[in-house]
Design a protein around this ligand. Sequence first.
Ligand code: F6P
Length: 326
Amino acid sequence: MTKINSIAVLTSGGDAPGMNAAIRAVVRAGIFNKMKVFGVMRGYEGLISGNFKEMVSRDVSNIIQTGGTILKTARSKEFHEIEGRKKAYNKLKRAGIDALIVIGGDGTLRGARQFTNEFNIPVIGMPGTIDNDLWGTDYTIGYDTALNTVVEAVDKIRDTAASHNRLFFVEVMGRDAGFLALRSGIACGAEAILIPEKETHLDQLKSYLEKGKKKRKSSSIIIVAEGDDAGGAFEIAKKVKKDFSDYSIRVSILGHIQRGGRPSAFDRVMASRLGVAAVDALLDDQKSIMVGMQNREIVHVPFNKTIKYHKGINDSLLVTADILTI
Ligand code: F6P
């Protein structure tokens, strides 16, 4: 077993609410276990340029409640190249850092797996993305907060939809996954939810709208996942408008408000638990895993698996949504 005296932590990819809570947990758990902890600025970019700073407990005071990431984040092209990763490894070695904890999504964990395979340095991943699309963990840090942000925004849009008798297409983030769209759609009582995991049949949507018209439904909210196969919300709205020219249609793209804001209690607690678990995993001699949460318990998921497997949508949520949108 290799003794780990010094670790580094970074955030990479899109920021997600709760990343600060995760950094705080890693820093404090590391110090608690008598390690030196370095913060790496701007994700893998900072690893390559050697932009590290040793952190003390006070450096992470008062951040558990804040959105964004104090370490900043980036999507590094250079880290995709072996030369970039070699530079990063040399910078870590020069600083006497024995292991790395990375917080981010799919791309971040792919980079982590490659790095640990090539240079045999222990790397532990923590799932941090609003998309919730990582296999092996029920939830990712940031997802719950983003979900609540979407719900709050759509509730407000519904006030306008109802007051003006309008049909709204609301586009939510999630890249090529529909987790955010499906749950927010159920939570907002959306009349239809369009997600990439389920083929979108515009005819079906149109016949639903037809039925709504007959029932004198005066307003509707359709949630569209940004990765939906029928195109984005603007595209779908345009196609629908052709057949429903008398409808007053509006499109709302929620955009980056979904990534910001104070993390929910759920995200703060999960980030805190996963941060402590990530440091524990290093002490347990783990080298190439993501710490995740399954059935409310901490799990270790090999990078190979979380990267290889595709996380599926919970079918029972689809059934619930279908039943409730009659
Ligand atoms: O992965 C998080 C995410 O917000 C996705 O939902 C979205 O597709 C993407 O990042 C947007 O990335 P950017 O902030 O680089 O435009």
